[in-house]
Design a protein around this ligand. Structure first.
Ligand SMILES: C[S@@+](CC[C@H](N)C(=O)[O-])C[C@H]1O[C@@H](n2cnc3c(N)ncnc32)[C@H](O)[C@@H]1O
Length: 332
């Protein structure tokens, strides 16, 4: 039996299939062309299926990719999003309190099965194949991943023809992990099931350059990283706070990444500061906001009409924030 739910986004109705966990929305009343595109500054955001968009994209037209995809894919399936939005639990652990801190809902990747891992691999096979086609030689492709799953992502993307260029370690203190065995906390009070998570890998790939790096830089404007300064190269260990309450209030997406971190990597991915940066899983549009703050051209894709609407409001605000600001914005 097909179970569906409807939501209104960008003043149009969408219907979402809950019976098979399909992450795809179908339009009930066709939106006008411009309601699926949002432009602000040098950023363009599309309400679209990222795979369909990548498939239709001009080959060799993108100079860099910075993206934060669904780490395990299953957590953003329609039925899990439905549960998250209605507080019914599921893969997204319900918010709990620890030492007086309210924990945000986070997806649990420890419960993934072998078939979930196969689905993740299939997702990245498709992603890698499509991305390898649309980027120029020497393009940097940065993909956020999870410590439990990045080996699958990295191996799969390398098989798609991208070069492995290491990873950026986002050093971030979280409240994830470190818990005592559930239901036996007192008995095993000196035991943590998993270490407390303090880092997040952002995997670095590169489209094979044509010839030497200097040749590729001259011809395509890509092949390396923009230095932080004349004295300091771009570094692969970046200390980062979680997104501040100020940013979260502007962009209430469950996976919002902070501007202070994103601006550093977005700046670095275009070695000469020219070209277009793509985020196929744009969420709140935080990568596009970072690109606007840097004066870079960017394109984002978001398939969820609720997040697309959120991003339309958030991009103009996020791009203007001063990094490090922590107060909550007044109600607009
Ligand atoms: C981790 S979030 C990105 C959050 C973003 N970095 C931010 O700061 O707001 C991933 C996004 O990809 C979208 N997404 C998830 N699964 C998808 C799928 N299978 N196909 C297309 N888009 C998907 C989700 O709607 C979600 O907004």
């Amino acid at each position: 039996m097909e179970i569906t739910t409807r939501s209104v986004a960008a003043s149009h109705q969408y219907e979402l299939n809950l019976s098979d966990g399909s992450a795809h929305y179908r339009t009930v009343s066709p939106p006008e062309a411009d309601s699926t595109i949002f432009r602000h500054g040098r950023a363009t955001l599309h309400l679209a299926d990222p795979f369909a968009w990548l498939n239709a994209c001009e080959p060799r037209s993108i100079q860099a990719v910075v993206t934060d995809p669904p780490f395990g894919v299953h957590e953003f399936k329609a039925f899990e999003m439905h549960k998250l939005r209605h507080g019914i639990g599921g893969v997204w652990r319900s918010p709990t309190h620890l030492n007086g801190h309210r924990r945000a809902a986070v997806p649990r990747f420890t419960v993934m099965t072998a078939s979930d891992h196969q689905a993740l691999q299939a997702f990245y096979e498709e992603f890698g194949r499509l991305v390898a086609r649309i980027v120029v030689p020497g393009a940097n492709i940065i993909v956020a991943a999870h410590p439990l799953l990045f080996h699958i992502v990295a191996c799969t993307l390398v098989r798609s023809g991208l070069e492995n260029r290491g990873s950026i370690m986002r050093q971030v203190t979280t409240l994830r992990g470190g818990d005592r065995p559930k239901g036996a906390e007192r008995e095993f009070c000196d035991v943590s099931v998993m270490p407390r998570a303090n880092w997040e890998p952002w995997l670095i790939f590169r489209a094979p350059p044509e010839g030497r790096v200097q040749d590729n830089l001259r011809h395509w404007g890509t092949g390396g990283f923009r230095r932080e300064s004349a004295a300091r190269p771009f570094n692969d260990l970046i200390q980062s706070s979680p997104a501040s309450p100020f940013e979260k209030a502007l962009a209430p997406h469950p996976c919002l990444k902070p501007q202070a971190f994103l601006r550093q990597i977005v700046k670095a991915v275009l070695p000469l500061g020219t070209g277009v940066v793509l985020d196929p899983f744009a969420g709140s549009g935080s990568m596009l906001a970072a690109a606007n703050a840097l004066g870079y051209a960017s394109v984002g894709i978001e398939h969820d009409p609720v997040y697309f609407k959120l991003a339309r409001a958030a991009i103009p605000e996020l791009q203007n924030i001063e990094c490090g600001k922590t107060t909550t914005p007044s109600k607009r």
